[in-house]
Design a protein around this ligand. Structure first.
Ligand SMILES: Nc1ncnc2c1ncn2[C@@H]1O[C@H](COP(=O)(O)OP(=O)(O)OP(=O)(O)O)[C@@H](O)[C@H]1O
Ligand SMILES: [Mg+2]
Length: 214
């Protein structure tokens, strides 16, 4: 099944970032987007994840154009089906890591899985306050929070940017297994070409166009 379809997207801020951007994400598939700093990767991810309206073009999620969705069904899809792992973590700072996961579990009617915590190596630090965690621990807690929701589409912007190579690899494998087991898909922005090539498709944002490299 097709999870997300982008057709002919273009966007301009101070200058044109890109035009004619199209891609398609299916179940159990992962797409990596690479490109130099400032090329518009994060902007594209914001558009694909419904946070930003493109100047032109359309994004279709579960075969429905997001422009024609009611506010209510868009909010519901965002809450239940889209998982966002972005550069800043958006964890609730006053709470413990575990309480952050509890909120996500409660909102989406899911359970916190012990296996997820051990796969991410955060069982030890989970009772600590978010402000007491290292950058990489916070990053892994936000990944745990997103996966606890059981989303159908994961949007991840440099999700392993603060992690050492081995941990980054483990996290990527966790994402792939998650997609496989839950018929989900992932769109990943990264500077790391090795991690990018672990995905089923790789695109480069270059000269204002999205070029398929794998
Ligand atoms: N809300 C905004 N308003 C105006 N300009 C913006 C906005 N967001 C991004 N830009 C500009 O768009 C360009 C692309 O930014 P974007 O964050 O998409 O790049 P990126 O490819 O993700 O870069 P990086 O690899 O450094 O994260 C930059 O020049 C940035 O200043
Ligand atoms: Mg970026």
């Amino acid at each position: 099944m097709n999870l997300l379809l982008a057709k002919d997207l273009s966007h301009t801020f101070e200058y044109e970032l890109f035009h004619g951007v199209s891609l398609e994400l299916s179940e159990k598939e992962s797409i990596a987007i690479i490109g130099i700093s400032g090329s518009g990767k994060s902007t594209l991810l914001h558009i694909l994840s419904t946070l930003l309206q493109p100047d032109n073009g359309a994004v279709t999620i579960f075969n429905e154009d997001i422009k024609s969705m009611s506010k209510k069904s868009l909010a519901q899809i965002k809450r239940d089906d889209l998982g966002l792992v972005f550069q800043s973590h958006y964890l609730f700072k006053g709470f413990s890591a575990y309480e952050n996961l509890e909120v996500a579990a409660m909102l989406s009617n899911q359970n916190i899985e012990d296996e997820l915590l051990s796969r991410l190596g955060i069982e030890e630090c989970i009772k600590q306050k978010v402000t007491e965690l290292s950058g990489g621990q916070q990053q892994r807690v936000s990944i745990a929070r997103v996966l606890t929701k059981k989303p159908r589409i994961i949007f991840a912007d440099e999700p392993t940017g603060n992690l050492d190579k081995q941990t980054a690899n483990d996290v990527m494998n966790l994402f792939f297994e998650y997609c496989d087991q839950n018929k989900a898909g992932m769109i990943l922005v990264t500077h790391d070409e090795t991690l990018a090539h672990m995905c089923s498709k790789v695109y480069r944002l270059q000269n204002r166009e999205l070029v398929k490299v794998k």
